[in-house]
Design a protein. Structure first.
Length: 101
């Protein structure tokens, strides 16, 4: 989104309750044939459910680390390991990495 919204603050509450709001992304191809693709995440989406679980897990891990290490510098107790190709996302394992080398 670009620019400043001309509507007054809080306008979204006049059209929908916060629980009814859906997050959407619109992708528009510039140049060539104009192609528009929309994607949304609804409250029932498994994607949103997974994100909620991952956030809860991250918070629990943070609490464990605070309890174990305190608020000072955290030092891992395990040795440094080499990364295997399978530890990287597929898009990073492909030829793009080799082209940069």
């Amino acid at each position: 989104m670009f620019g400043k919204c001309p509507l007054p603050a809080g306008w979204e509450r006049q059209i929908a309750e916060p629980v009814d709001i859906v997050y959407a992304r619109i992708f528009y191809q510039m140049g060539g044939a104009p192609v528009t693709v929309g994607r949304q995440i609804t409250p029932q989406s498994p994607v949103l459910n997974r994100a909620t679980r991952e956030v809860a897990h991250a918070k629990a891990l943070y609490r464990q680390c605070i309890a174990k290490y305190g608020s000072g510098r955290w030092v891992a107790e395990e040795p440094i390991l080499d990364l295997a190709a399978t530890d990287l996302p597929v898009w990073l394992r492909e030829s793009a990495v080799e082209e940069c080398a």
